[in-house]
Structures are given as C-alpha cells and as structure tokens.
Design a protein around this ligand. Sequence first.
Ligand code: CP
Ligand code: NVA
Length: 301
Amino acid sequence: MKHFLSLQNSSADEIVALIDSAAALKAGRRTAGAPQPLAGQCWGMMFSKSSTRTRVSFEVGIRELGGNAMFFSGNDLQLGRGEPIKDTARVMGRMIDGAVIRNDSQADLEEFARFAGVPTINALTDLEHPCQILADLLTMREVCGGWDGRKVAFIGDADCNVARSWVWAAKHLGFELALAGPDGYRPPEEWLAGVGAPNVAATADFGAAVEGADVLYTDVWVSMGREAEAAARREAFRDYQINADLAAKAKPGAAVMHCLPAYRGMEITEEVLEAHADTIFREAENRLHAQKAVLAALAPA
Ligand code: CP
Ligand code: NVA
C-alpha cells in the first residue's frame, strides 16, 4: 500500500490487515516497546475543513508512533491564495515523510498524492471518509463480533462521503448494507450498479432498511460545505432520524453508531445517542487505533 486514498481502491485483504493491526496497536498502546515506525519523521496535515476527531487522533497517533505532526489549516499555506496543488505537493514532498489531507475534492487529494511522492492519507473528501469506516469496522468487530453475516442500515444522507465509504466496505467485505435516504439523497442507481455489490441496496423506506439490522448508523444531515442547503436538507431528512421508534424495528440488541459530530434532535435523538454512548464514543476512540494502523502501514522505512 503506497497511499490510503479510498476504500474503493483498497482490497478486502488490505482492509482486514489494517483492522487486525489496529486491534494489536490498541491492545499494546502505552506498553513498553510499543512500535515507533514513524521515529524521526515529520508528517504534514493539511485540513481545509474543521475537525475534532480526525485532527486529534492523527496528531496523537503520529506522536505515539514516534513522529512529529505539523498541522496546516486552509489559510496557512499559499494553497489558500491559489498556489497549485501540484506545486504545493512537489515542495512539501521534498521535506515531509507523509501527508494527511482533508479537503473538498477527492481529485485534488489524488493529485497531491501523485505529485508529492510521499504516502498520502484521505482524512475526508467529498467522496469518501475511509479512516472513519476503518474505525467503524474495528468497532463492529468489538461490539458485534465482526461483520460476516451482519446487516448495517445507514439512515439519513445516504449519498454523503461516509455513506459511500460504507458502500465500498460492504462491497469488499460482503456484509449487507441498506442505505435509507429521501429522494435526491441516495447514491444514483447507475453509480450503485457500477459498484456491482448485490449486498448493497438503497431505498427511501427507512423502516424496511432497519428491519433485521445489527447496526444502525447515521451521519449529519448537513455535511461541511453544504451549509447553504441546510434548511432544505432538514426538511428532506425530517423522517430519517434514528429515534426510539426506529431503533425498536432493528434486531433486538442492535448497535447504534454515529461518526460524530452529532446534532441531537436531527439525525439522532438525545435518548438514543445517550443509550448508545459507549459504542459511539468507542468508535471515536477507534479513530486513533485505526489511523495508527494506516500510518504504520505507509511509513517510509
Ligand atoms: N467523524 C469525524 O471525522 O469527525 P471530525 O470532523 O471531528 O474529524
Ligand atoms: N459527512 C460529514 C462527515 C463529518 C465527519 C461531512 O462531510 O461533514
């Protein structure tokens, strides 16, 4: 693995190996002799969008693996004043050992990776949030005992970056995924047909999606960059909320997961979130362990 840019272009073996490694790093955290594959390295983090979990978990993870993290927000680099990505990448790639990027465009991320010549990690783009789903899969393994034969129901903005990374995870790993979102907020049928995963279905019927589910999952209704559409989205998603009634339709004992940040009273109720807080904040912690696995897999020797 040279970069970690998407789950689309990851293989099942790579995903499982990363989760195994994440579990081992989690178990061995803070023990004497914990591995330091980033010793002496400087990793650059370029984030043009806000972040709590991703930023903190990468900064802590890089340090725990022996490296140094440098954080740049959208305005810190000349990139914010129009310097081309390929020039930024060629400059930074001569100095840093690896890059972690959160931006608006998967194409820009891929261009950076091509020109920088150093391992590059997707920390969220318009199309994917692969680090989030790695942490979610680790959480599923811990909470549900794995994903084989399980059903995940994604409720809400079923065509967002997090939902699309779930689609690729389901395609590679074979678990059942039901995406429930209103018209206009589900992956286009032709796109899903192109993915070619018969175990993935998209529907407007949130009740049917949740039936038999082992995991109910949601994300914000208004993703970063979509703030101008907030009113229309809140109206469209009004019924696509994980609340006690919907949760009762899932398999008894089903887990509820949320990538966070959570907006109570919108995509999830306070009651359901707090009832499942152990799982949801475990998921947040697992960002650290999953991303350390990615960093360790990509670290230049
Ligand atoms: N889930 C997630 O990526 O959170 P942040 O936006 O806070 O990084
Ligand atoms: N879909 C959300 C994920 C936040 C972690 C967004 O892009 O804002």
